[in-house]
Design a binder for this molecule. Structure first.
Ligand SMILES: Nc1ncnc2c1ncn2[C@@H]1O[C@H](COP(=O)(O)OP(=O)(O)OP(=O)(O)O)[C@@H](O)[C@H]1O
Ligand SMILES: [Mg+2]
Length: 459
């Protein structure tokens, strides 16, 4: 049986080739020699070092399958492309030209240089697809499904010009933004676009590094976030060039990013520490921290960023802050923790304490928001190798900053609908409730936490 190959590029430079051997059902990746020697080159991931020319096995397969959409979106994409959802190679052949990070995956025949060509979006079609009851997804706009971004939500990588004109990259060109419509399960998760935009703005106030986001109304809501894995000239402007549009100035360039599942060599199905279904459990927060510390080589900075990300997600009730919602970004010479993304208050969507009120990671021994105490944070601090007082100080700092949630909502009212304000008022109330837990936890003295742990252990 034949072996098939896809070429992997960064800009016009070939990084290597991904080969699928259908007979043995095996994957391998071979670095191009020129890439191995290039001074500005990077590894696909720390576990796939370019010091070794060839990598094989699940490490390769999992790295590439992590680039694909997940859940219902994976079903939709694979149906649209007529490729099995269990065939990451076949899917990437169809949709790998504009991935997360720097990689451009193309079949062995094509090797286009970085493009500057874009197609104007049919706004009527976009608006129809952005409705939460739309039969067709945003991602397949114009029947040109080419995006491979992870996640279960519908989304569209696009270029937004200075006038908020929306354009789709032609093969080889890069996007500047990710657009997300309201969650398609509107009845359960209404106004998710406003929710995410608000949480991202609050995160910025809380001192987390986040990309710029905005809410578009076409008139359906779209959450639009700048891609932190793209570098481009501002302001972005395009001019008509025949049937297409051409970007003025330099083409958009790609920066490499990987999520923590890729950093750990795990498949996307292991993103949750405690999965709901019969999949294997994913990494706990200690393994996540270790992976990030090891990749960045900056223990203190990495730990601070993880601690802030965990506490912020806890405060807003983001029950979905799993291992694919934290990434590493290649900054020329080293990995750094990527800006935060996908920050959404999920717990606001359920009044039932049994549903959506569990944090994705164990903090100490608990996941239930109200049950996470000073002892839980003490154990969290100890497990990731920082002093409890350091975590306590972070809890207090973030507590104070998210205390501005109500004020922020007032400032944002002008850009929100009445119903969005209603939902976000509930988010603010939830943050206040979680802040009370955190306040109580933060006032637990280390001696008391240690004594409580002693008791818990001997009991
Ligand atoms: N602003 C951004 N810049 C660059 N990449 C991004 C950005 N936002 C998201 N991504 C990439 O797209 C992927 C999916 O995004 P996101 O997590 O927002 O989607 P989602 O469908 O809501 O995810 P989930 O399945 O966790 O709900 C991320 O894992 C990340 O690789
Ligand atoms: Mg996500």
């Amino acid at each position: 049986m034949a072996k098939e190959t896809l070429n992997v590029f960064h800009s016009a430079q070939k990084i290597g080739a991904l080969t699928y051997d259908a007979e043995g059902q095996t994957y391998s990746f071979e670095y191009e020699e020129s890439w191995q020697k290039a001074p500005d080159a990077f590894d696909l991931a720390p576990l796939l070092s370019r010091k070794e020319k060839t990598h094989t096995g699940t490490a390769v397969r999992f790295f590439f399958s992590n680039l694909l959409p997940e859940g219902e979106m994976l079903e939709i994409v694979s149906k649209a492309q007529g490729v099995s959802k269990y065939d990451p190679f076949g899917l990437l052949r169809k949709i790998g030209a504009e991935c997360a990070g720097a990689l451009k995956i193309l079949d062995a025949q094509s090797s286009p240089p970085d493009g500057k060509s874009y197609i104007a979006v049919d706004m009527k079609e976009l608006s129809a697809r952005a409705r939460s009851d739309a039969p067709e997804v945003l991602a397949d706009l114009g029947g040109r499904l080419r995006m491979s971004l992870a996640g279960v939500q519908d989304k569209l990588p696009a270029l937004l010009d200075v006038k908020d004109g929306i354009f789709l990259p032609e093969l080889g060109s890069a996007s500047t933004h990710v657009l997300k419509p309201n969650n398609r399960r509107w009845k359960i998760f209404p106004h998710s676009a406003a929710n995410e935009h608000f949480c991202m703005r609050l995160a910025q106030r809380a001192g987390l590094r986040v990309p710029k986001s905005q809410l578009l109304a076409i008139p359906e809501r779209l959450y639009a976030v700048e891609r932190f894995d793209r570098a481009f000239q501002r302001p972005i402007s395009v001019r008509r060039a025949g049937p297409l549009f051409e970007l003025e100035g330099e083409p958009v360039s790609r920066l490499h990013q990987i999520d923590v599942c890729q950093a750990l060599g795990l498949p996307p199905t292991q993103k949750y520490e405690e999965p709901e279904y019969e999949t294997a459990p994913g990494p706990d927060i200690v393994e996540v921290t270790n992976a990030v510390v090891e990749a960045t080589g900056e223990a203190l900075t990495a730990k601070k960023q993880i601690i802030d990300w965990v506490i912020f997600n806890y405060l807003i009730g983001n029950s979905d802050s799993h291992a694919k919602n934290i990434s590493l970004l290649w900054q020329g010479r080293r990995w750094i923790v990527a800006p935060a993304y996908d920050l959404v208050s999920v717990a606001v969507y359920s009044d039932d304490p049994e549903k959506l009120h569990d944090f994705a990671f164990n903090i100490g021994a608990d996941t239930r928001y109200g049950w996470i105490t000073g002892l839980s944070w003490y154990e969290f601090a100890e497990s990731i190798g920082v002093g409890y007082r350091y975590v306590q100080a972070a809890l207090r700092r973030l507590l104070e900053r998210v205390g501005e949630a109500g004020q922020l909502l007032t400032e944002m009212t002008g850009e929100l609908t009445e119903d969005e304000v209603k939902l976000l008022t509930k988010v603010v109330a939830l943050i206040e409730r979680h802040s009370e837990y955190v306040e109580e936890a933060a006032s637990t003295m280390p001696e008391a936490a240690r004594a409580a742990r002693g008791k818990a252990k001997s009991g």
